[in-house]
Design a binder for this molecule. Structure first.
Ligand code: PLP
Length: 495
């Protein structure tokens, strides 16, 4: 197989950068100089004279999403999102919102009254968690060993906290003793911010012991569970997590756009006794509360227009999760991760995360010597329609991050990816034993109780299931016959 000419995915869209695409696919140069705010001609922007007839209806290419997120969305979630929109105080919608709250409580394993989903992606959940608790000058400890913990630190600094950083090499694990030592050096630590499942490194933190240490110092803990919620054990109440936020697009299986979040009473006490108002009106959880819950005599109060269709999607994804069973969902992530990692080992790919702290839903492996990261990811995308992620920051070019999350965590996806990687690596001169990787994965599946293609409800799920007009499997086959590549750039590393 040639590695130089890469067929383009059939997107149905002609990509363009500095112009508008006509029906014939030729870009029209389309720039003009418009006045900037102060009336001076300075910025060059696109002129608004495009031909709307020349912009086709979007056609989304089928993709097998096995990167760091988003993962594939459940068809039930996508169908629900296509329903007609409801007003945010419509009694039917209120019931849907109540159900979302109830189901989220079960998934977070909490009885916290303040549990819901704020509009925005995981970063919005991070912002909402931190801005409600932090006041200027507060002592905050942030444990940084990856990209997302670094983001938490940046947010705390922007909010005016007095931030202490406990920094370790990316890919390593914080021990309770290290956190204990860092907190001992602080005057009055109010808060510790920590990432449970670091998507940038594939590492899972031993959260229960860490939370105990933090509480012994009288501080609260804010946990980033963007990649862990629904993917592996996370017991908010049992472990004593004070504030926890997540995202919909990873192990939950609905499209990006909402951030599940939960605050316990201890955290809410702190919020209610703030000296200063929460800087963000939108994310002020005391205001959001009046909207999520019927707390006032006058009933539910408007705070913002609910993203109703996004909530329909989340409702269905949570329903699918709980029908499968939360623990069964965790086990499914473990099974497919184990099968994938067994196969990858046969291809000579070593795990990046330390043994015992490896995430099931995000499998980080080292890029082998002599192989170019971006070239492999480009070929996976263009030849097989499969997306995986590269490394971020210091790990750029050094690791691959392969998601087995939510609706993407199925047997057919694991097999497809292993076979595709085997082909590509062989083409690039990497030694492979044909068929060994899929055989190794099948051995794991054979030893498991669960039928690999099914979820715990016994339904066949995953690749090949109807999504819109065509199945993913058809889309992949279709794509292999695709035309000339627009670009052979690897996709961005992604989250
Ligand atoms: C651990 C973690 N935290 C936070 C985020 C930010 O979430 P989002 O990209 O949905 O805003 C991500 C994104 O992947 C993540 O993996």
């Amino acid at each position: 197989m040639s590695t130089t000419s890469v067929p383009a995915p059939e997107t149905g869209l002609v990509e363009h950068v500095n112009g508008i695409v006509g029906r014939n696919g030729h870009a029209k140069p389309n720039t003009a100089t418009l006045p900037s705010g102060n009336g001076q001609m300075s910025d060059t922007v696109k002129k608004d004279d495009f031909d709307i007839e020349g912009i086709p209806e979007i056609q989304i290419p089928p993709r097998v999403l096995m990167g760091a997120g988003p993962s594939a969305s459940y068809p039930e979630a996508l169908r629900a999102m296509g329903a007609n929109t409801l007003g945010h105080l419509d009694p039917q919608f209120v019931e849907i919102m109540n159900n979302v709250g109830m189901m989220l409580r079960r998934v977070f394993r909490t009885s916290n009254a303040i549990t819901g989903a704020v509009p925005g992606t995981g970063t919005a959940g991070m912002e909402a968690s931190l801005c409600n608790l932090i006041e200027p000058g507060d002592q905050v400890l942030v444990c940084v060993a990856g990209y997302f913990s670094k983001r938490m630190r940046q947010m705390c600094e922007r909010m005016g906290a007095d931030v202490t950083t406990l920094e370790k090499e990316w890919g390593t694990v914080f021990t309770p003793q290290e956190i204990d030592a860092a907190l001992s050096k602080m005057d009055k630590p109010k808060l510790v911010a920590i990432v449970h499942a670091e998507t940038s490194t594939g590492v899972l933190l031993p959260l229960p012991e860490i939370v105990d240490v933090i509480h012994r110092h009288g501080a609260l803990v804010v946990v980033d569970a963007v990649t862990s919620l629904g993917g592996c054990p996370l017991l908010v109440d049992e472990w004593g997590v004070d504030v926890c936020f997540a995202a919909t697009q990873k192990c939950i299986g609905s499209p990006p756009g909402l951030a599940p979040i939960t605050f316990n009473e201890r955290a809410m006490e702190l919020v209610r006794h703030r000296k200063t108002p929460v800087q963000s009106y939108y994310m002020d959880i005391s205001l959001v509360e009046t909207y999520w819950r019927d707390t006032s005599a006058g009933g539910r109060a408007y705070h913002h227009t609910a993203p109703s269709n996004a909530l329909f999607g989340l409702h269905e994804a949570l329903r699918m999760l709980l029908l499968e069973g939360l623990e069964n969902r965790w086990k499914r992530h473990q099974l497919h991760s184990n099968a994938l990692m067994a196969g990858l080992a046969q291809l000579g790919l070593e795990p990046f995360a330390p043994e015992g702290y490896r995430l099931w839903q995000l499998n980080a492996v080292k890029v082998p010597e002599g192989i170019e990261d971006a070239q492999v990811r480009t070929l996976l995308l263009h030849r097989y329609n499969i997306e995986i992620s590269g490394g971020l920051g210091p790990l750029k070019g050094k690791i691959w991050r392969i998601g087995t999350m939510g609706f993407s965590a199925y047997h057919s996806n694991v097999r497809l990816l292993l076979s595709a990687l085997e082909d590509i690596l062989e083409d690039l001169g990497h030694p492979v034993v044909k068929g060994a990787c899929t055989d190794a994965a099948e051995e794991i599946y054979a030893a498991a109780e669960a039928k690999p293609g099914q979820d715990a409800t016994g339904r066949n799920r995953g690749q090949g299931e109807t999504i819109g007009a065509e199945t993913v499997a058809e889309g992949v086959a279709h794509n292999e016959l695709g035309g000339q590549a627009e670009s052979d750039d690897a996709p961005e590393a992604g989250p």
